[in-house]
Design a protein around this ligand. Structure first.
Ligand code: CU
Length: 271
């Protein structure tokens, strides 16, 4: 972990300060000789001094920008594979609504959430992705969604039929009622307690999804092959617990030793 020893400023703030100093020096360098020019003649020594200051500031900016770019890349990466359970067949999805509304899509492929346990203060990153659990082809997409505690999730309906999304989970109980795709705005729910929220559809029994509400902002999801890549920024070096969550009966963990800039490989055997 590299810290800038200047009144608790981070790298970005320090870069901004240097840039402001450079701009101020630049403006001063241009303004002073002009002002003198009205009253007196410009002395060569004035210009030479201003040029030297500017050169000095410019080289400072260069050094700090290059250093900041170099330091910013020193992220820690954990990569590996989670041995996922086999995908469920789409057979279970057949229902009387299938005949009515067309083919029911295959359920979303199994995946696992990989996260670094701990609450990192202040929040070290804010996810800019829109969290969404869509009803599409009479399935929830995705069927597993990890979010940071306090995040909101939209539940848009893309099907030409009603859905009725609900949760009886202790962490978050809600009932969105019946709604069609042309009903706007899309329903949105805020999840402010960490834990497992199981989502269902009152109309289509086979539709299942889980929202995993996490205390930690350091998480990712595996792909269909179980591969994952967790990028970690601004987390102090030390020992942590890396967790893998595939479902409530399939949670695994491993101790990891983090060091800024290092690359670790951690596999989970699965069940
Ligand atoms: Cu439904």
């Amino acid at each position: 972990m590299v810290r800038v020893p200047l009144a608790g400023m981070d790298r970005v703030e320090l870069s901004q300060l240097i840039l402001m100093a450079f701009l101020a020096g630049n403006i001063y360098g241009r303004a002073v000789p002009k002002r003198n020019a009205r009253k007196h003649t410009i002395r060569f020594s004035d210009i030479a001094t201003d040029c030297n200051i500017m050169k000095y500031l410019l080289s400072l900016v260069f050094v700090f920008t290059t250093t900041s770019l170099f330091l910013a890349r020193a992220e820690t990466v954990i990569e590996g594979v989670f041995n996922l359970p086999p995908a469920k067949s789409g057979a279970a999805a057949s229902s009387r609504y299938q005949q009515k509304s067309g083919a029911v899509a295959a359920p979303d492929a199994p995946s696992a959430v990989i996260y670094l346990e701990g609450s990192f203060q202040p929040p070290i990153s804010v996810q800019s992705v829109t969290n969404e659990v869509r009803q599409q082809g009479f399935q929830f997409m995705p069927s597993l969604l990890p979010i940071l505690k306090g995040s909101s999730v939209r539940f848009p309906n893309s099907d030409d039929d009603y859905h009725h999304v609900f949760s009886y989970s202790k962490v978050k109980k809600f009932d969105l009622g019946r709604y069609r795709k042309d009903e706007k705005p899309d329903p949105v729910i805020v999840f402010d307690t960490a834990g497992v929220v199981k989502i269902g559809c009152e109309i289509h029994d086979h539709m299942r999804a889980v929202i995993l509400v996490l205390d930690t902002p350091v998480f990712t999801k595996t792909d269909r092959e179980g591969k994952y890549r967790l990028v970690i920024n601004n987390v102090p070096d030390g020992r942590y617990v890396l967790k893998a969550w595939a479902d409530e009966k399939n949670i695994q963990q491993q101790a990891v030793e983090l060091k800024e800039g290092s690359k670790l490989k951690v596999d989970f055997s699965g069940k």
